[in-house]
Design a protein around this ligand. Structure first.
Ligand code: CTP
Ligand code: MG
Length: 245
């Protein structure tokens, strides 16, 4: 079994505010994308990483990958392709670049730079042992309510059945390809495109399995998330306990 990871990194990062594409924003002096690709490369099972870069930053991203000595020391092939208008479209473009020998595919957001290696391994292992689709999940911290357009609460959702979904999500390659192919007419439209890959697999009627996620796999979305990421990194560098997985 050969596993590859597709890393969608072509988003603009609007919720993070001004400062260029999110994947290239720095955390402890290194782009988020480099942290994320290093984490994937450190997983023994991952033989190839396809980075899906902003269309105008493909050369810059290629140079970043070639220039990173930590990555060069890992036994992993890194490819860089240009992304699309939606995340779904970017992942589809990444799929098209996978090597012929790959049979397990992870999809991991560049915006989750601190994903622990053991989470990557857990997802690969679940696909290897027979799951078609695997997602890491965590329980929700907040109570969740549905609110109408006028701002009135119309329901409190039973939180115990809900989960927040992370990446890497893992798939049998043929299943992910079929799911993206079936959804290709929706891919370019922000309103109809899927925000995760498992959502497309669900539309096929294929069972998606959940495994425990990791707090450190949180997505850098808003400015406060960068502060949290800096804090997690400094704790790691100080050799602190790596709890919060
Ligand atoms: N992504 C992508 N191509 C797009 C949109 C998003 O490859 N057209 C990637 C992002 O780079 C990110 C991941 O998908 O790594 C998750 O998306 P999100 O967190 O929403 O990132 P952005 O779309 O960049 O942020 P925002 O929605 O705030 O603009
Ligand atoms: Mg987005």
């Amino acid at each position: 079994v050969i596993a590859a990871a597709i890393v969608p990194a072509a988003g603009r990062g609007e919720r993070l505010g001004p400062g260029g594409p999110k994947a290239l924003r720095e955390l402890a002096g290194l782009p988020l994308l480099v942290h994320a690709v290093r984490a994937l490369g450190a997983a023994r099972a991952v033989a190839e990483v396809v980075v899906v870069a902003p269309g105008d930053a493909v050369d810059e991203v290629r140079a970043l990958m070639r220039g990173d000595t930590v990555l060069q020391s890992e036994d992993v092939r890194v490819l860089v392709v240009a992304g699309g208008r939606t995340r779904q479209e970017s992942v589809r473009l990444g799929l098209a670049a996978l090597g012929d020998d790959v049979d397990v595919v992870l999809v991991h957001d560049a915006a989750r730079p601190l994903v622990p290696v053991d989470l990557v391994d857990r997802v690969v292992q679940a696909v290897r042992t027979g799951a078609d689709a695997v997602i890491p999940v965590l329980p929700l911290a907040d109570t969740v309510k549905r609110v109408d357009e006028a701002g009135r609460v119309d329901a409190t959702i039973d939180r115990s059945t809900l989960r927040a979904v992370q990446t890497p999500q893992g798939f049998a390659r043929a299943v992910l390809e079929e799911a993206h192919h079936a959804a290709s007419t929706d891919a370019d439209d922000e309103a109809t495109a899927a925000t995760d890959d498992a959502g497309l697999v669900e539309r096929l009627g294929t069972t998606v399995h959940a495994v425990p996620g990791a707090e450190e796999a949180f997505k850098v979305t808003r400015p406060i998330d960068l502060l949290l990421a800096e804090a997690v990194l400094s704790r790691r560098r100080a050799g602190g306990a790596r709890d919060g997985r």
